[in-house]
Design a protein around this ligand. Structure first.
Ligand code: SF4
Ligand code: SF4
Length: 350
């Protein structure tokens, strides 16, 4: 029977996370149209208890998870979280990935300065990924982003910053970059220019790399067709650890989701535990025994569709999506589909 299964789908990898993502809060003043956080169904008033988060960090290290990411929501709406958790992550020699920010904190220059000072004191080295795009810079002024950079420069090397921009029209993004450069010049920076070939803004010799991409379609509200790019999803790579998105996603109320990809926030099927009631190791064990997650850890969302369509063609393979997680969402928000996949998997694994 093993041969029968192998010929249909390869299920050699077991779900194995490699790190954790903390979401200290889902709160964000921007409420961008393209944000994957479903703001209608999130409690924006919850701020993660950092003392409990620290104990989770120690448990995570013990079971071999060696890196963390902090994301949101907007992380600088709750700066105490980073200030308290970073020293422990450093002590445990865990890799700290660059967190994204829209520079909300720079609305208050004194608070921003204190935030960076505290981070410097705890030997923070990872920098930030600054988000600049027309969706939210109509809420966060570009002058505020410039202030964030100016204050950051007092404590850290600017090359530890990157810029991420998500919009369908590149020219509009470059207009915002030009505005940023003008604001920085007005703040006294003379040596600053953009190099499109190197996808970087150079400031006083330091290179800040930028990345531009098109938005994907969130599940909670429609983007217009021209804002996104759709394509047929044929094969998908393993999308959960060990080879795919290898991070567990821990929400402000300590619910745990299976992966840290943007599409993870859509189907509740991907909620795999609650750290208020269970240990991290128990949650991972439970997830590892789930056959659907095993399929995702080997052949991603297209693997799920393959099993779903095994006996009857239920989902059209020609259908277009903005990203693989949209397909995952379509399948895992449908209880009928889940039942069919489980039955088909049981049949081929017998
Ligand atoms: S700034 Fe980022 S976190 Fe906030 S709403 Fe926009 S995309 Fe979402
Ligand atoms: S396809 Fe599903 S499980 Fe895989 S990364 Fe996307 S949301 Fe996560």
């Amino acid at each position: 029977m093993e041969t029968k299964l192998k010929s249909y789908i390869s299920l050699t990898n077991s779900y194995t996370p490699r790190g954790i993502v903390f979401v200290p809060t889902f709160n964000c003043t921007c409420l961008c149209r393209h944000c994957n956080n479903d703001f209608m169904n999130r409690d924006l008033s919850i701020y993660m208890d950092y003392k409990k988060a620290i104990s989770i960090l120690y448990e995570a290290k013990k079971i071999g998870l060696n890196s963390i990411q902090i994301t949101g929501g907007e992380i600088t709406m709750y700066p105490e979280f980073m200030i308290n958790i970073i020293p422990h992550a450093r002590k445990l020699a865990m890799r700290i990935n660059k967190p994204p920010t829209n520079c909300y904190i720079a609305i208050d220059m004194v608070k921003t300065e204190n935030f960076f000072k505290e981070l410097k004191n705890v030997d923070y080295r990872s920098g930030f990924r600054i988000s600049i795009d027309p969706y939210h810079n109509s809420v966060i002024p570009i002058s505020q982003v410039a202030d964030f950079i100016i204050i950051y420069k007092k404590f850290f090397k600017l090359s530890t910053l990157t810029i991420g921009s998500c919009y369908y029209d590149r020219e509009e993004i470059f207009k915002l970059y030009d505005k940023l450069i003008n604001h920085l010049k007005q703040s006294g920076i003379k040596d600053i220019y953009i190099n499109k070939e190197k996808k970087s803004i150079f400031i006083e010799g330091y290179k800040i790399k930028y990345g531009i991409w098109k938005p994907t379609r969130p599940s909670w509200q429609e983007l217009k067709d021209f804002e996104v790019e759709v394509k047929i999803i044929e094969k998908t790579p393993a999308c959960l650890g060990p080879h795919g998105v290898g991070y567990l996603w821990i929400e402000p109320d300590f619910k745990v989701r299976i992966c840290s990809c943007n599409g993870n926030c859509f189907p509740d099927y991907l909620i795999i535990g609650d750290l208020n009631k269970e240990s991290l190791i128990k949650i991972i064990e439970k997830a590892r025994n789930n056959k659907i997650f095993k399929v995702l850890a080997n052949e991603g969302a297209a693997g799920l569709r393959k099993i779903l369509n095994m006996k009857t063609r239920i989902l059209n393979e020609e259908k277009k999506y903005t990203f693989m997680c949209e397909l995952c969402n379509e399948i895992l928000t449908n209880n009928e589909y889940i039942k069919i996949i489980e039955t088909n998997l049981n049949n081929i694994m017998m």
